[in-house]
Design a binder for this molecule. Sequence first.
Ligand SMILES: [Zn+2]
Length: 207
Amino acid sequence: MGLPTHHERVRRCGAPQCTHPALPGVPHCWEHVENRENLHEELITKARDGSLAGQCLWGIDLSGADLRGADLRGALLTEAKLQGAHLERANLSGARLERSDLREAQAEGATFAWAVLGLADLSGGQFPRCDFSRSNLVGVRAVGGVFDECNLYYSRPGKADFTRASLREANLTRAVFRRAILREADATGHGGQPNLDGADTRGARGL
Ligand SMILES: [Zn+2]
């Protein structure tokens, strides 16, 4: 099963001088779109019915939106604002979420396998029982986030900040926490051998 791909469908925003990609079905990016309220509702509906999988959603603001169980596989969500969004059981495998704002997101049981989350902010988010296997987590901020029972197999959280995060009973097999900050993190009962080269584990439990 191949993941949907967005590359062929990316068009540029029609606003003068704007270099951002346009959103699906409209000629503009989120910043320049007219009738943003209607589009907001339309995008949430489409996310739920799966028609946004693989689509370009660069920079959209769906903060606080109800996206439970949404199919966003392979979607381009770079710099998206998803603060406090409900993403429980959503499928974000292979999605691009670089520099996205996922602070306080509620994402229990969501799938982020193979997703790219570099420099995203997951601080204060609830991500228990999520699949982050083989995801790119380089430089993410996840201060105080909950990642209990997550699958982090072969993920790459290098230079990430997991200060006071909870990783209880998470699968950390081959996770690369090189130079990550895990101060006062709780990884009690975790499985597997993470790579902790140069990581700051002061006050951490279970590592
Ligand atoms: Zn634009």
